[in-house]
Design a protein around this ligand. Sequence first.
Ligand SMILES: [Zn+2]
Length: 245
Amino acid sequence: MRLHASDSFVLGTHALRETDRIVSFLTRETGKKRGVARGARRPKSAFSGALEPMTEARVVYYEKEGRELVSINAADPIRPSFALSKELDKALLLSTLAESLETFVSESDPAEPFYRLARHAMDALFSGARAAPVAAYFDVWILKLSGLFPAPRECAGCGRPLEASEPLLFDARRPGFVGAECRQGEVLRLTPDARGTLTAFLSGPLDPAAEPPGLAEIAQVARLSRRHFLGHELKSQRVLAEILG
Ligand SMILES: [Zn+2]
């Protein structure tokens, strides 16, 4: 049996027996874990307030070799997400961030880049960023870290470099950006605004005070790429999309 203490983001919980919960969490060092938090369903549990989606906490857990579930000793909040969930769009966004991490971080991925992305999105929200830019930025990056976001500088049909002077066309069937010579059927033509925002997203951090234009188009590219890979849309994403319009 080994004792670990790791900074983590809580991804989700569900009830186990009368008094316990199963908690899934993303650790900085060792990726996604699932474990049992004993007594977490009791009203005055030591875990209360520490297990909301996207709360960052120091999780202390025991791991037994050959066992899938770890045993969670303690979860001491570093930054509870609770303060953000008073606004409906942000509360829904927290569920979306957690579900996306749950879905896209695989056991074999190095966890650190995903952890940094989660931290960056939460920093932006705590600095007052609106839900929509954080959602779009996070969607682009979680797909990129998973190797699933199409390269906007290269034609997905023939591989030639796409120039800044030509229109940026997204073909959802590939999915990828294509030049006019490789276009087949319906494509999504990104406005210059959306293209500028996408380029900024891919090359640097999100400015929490910025109001980047073209977010709906970027969200659409991310949504179509995600759906192409998963074969369906994530539940929390559908609800969030309705709220953000
Ligand atoms: Zn081409």
